[in-house]
Write a protein that binds this ligand. Sequence first.
Ligand SMILES: [Zn+2]
Length: 182
Amino acid sequence: MARWVRPALCALRLWGPAVAGIPASKLVEAHGSFASATCTVCRRPFPGKDVWAEVMVDRIPRCPVCTGIVKPDIVFFGETLPQRFLLHVVDFPMADVLLILGTSLEVEPFASLSEAVRSSVPRLLINRDLVGPFAWRPRSRDVVQLGDMVHSVERLVELLGWTEELQDLMRQEAEKLNGRDR
Ligand SMILES: [Zn+2]
């Protein structure tokens, strides 16, 4: 859904759950992902789909080498954030614009990330409600679009002249999903 920002923002990186059409290098899944897994004992990596298959039949995934429990590389509450998260925090002071969509901005470190861009950098919040620093410490260049998020994003895409590209992308992704169901 987010390929529409790419033409304008070549250094774009997305911080959030996997989004259709976004290459892995441009995405930081701060809460980890089910795409990969690691043995909690010997730290061997495994493909996420192997773990998933075990879990779906109510079995605890075990490492074939050391029999340790294999855990998906998702971040549970209280665990440290993935390395990749820390690696890309440097994006923020260099950003020219910050788009924030669909969040409560209540959970750290995300709440603070919204303040990690320079004060001259425009921040766009597309959200149902006014949240976080946008409510209690607004900046003069903040732009806020509240209400239905799908409509807001469609409007932004329209203003950018990317409606056709977005529709193509959504069609492609829908076809992929339908193919997977069969
Ligand atoms: Zn192991």
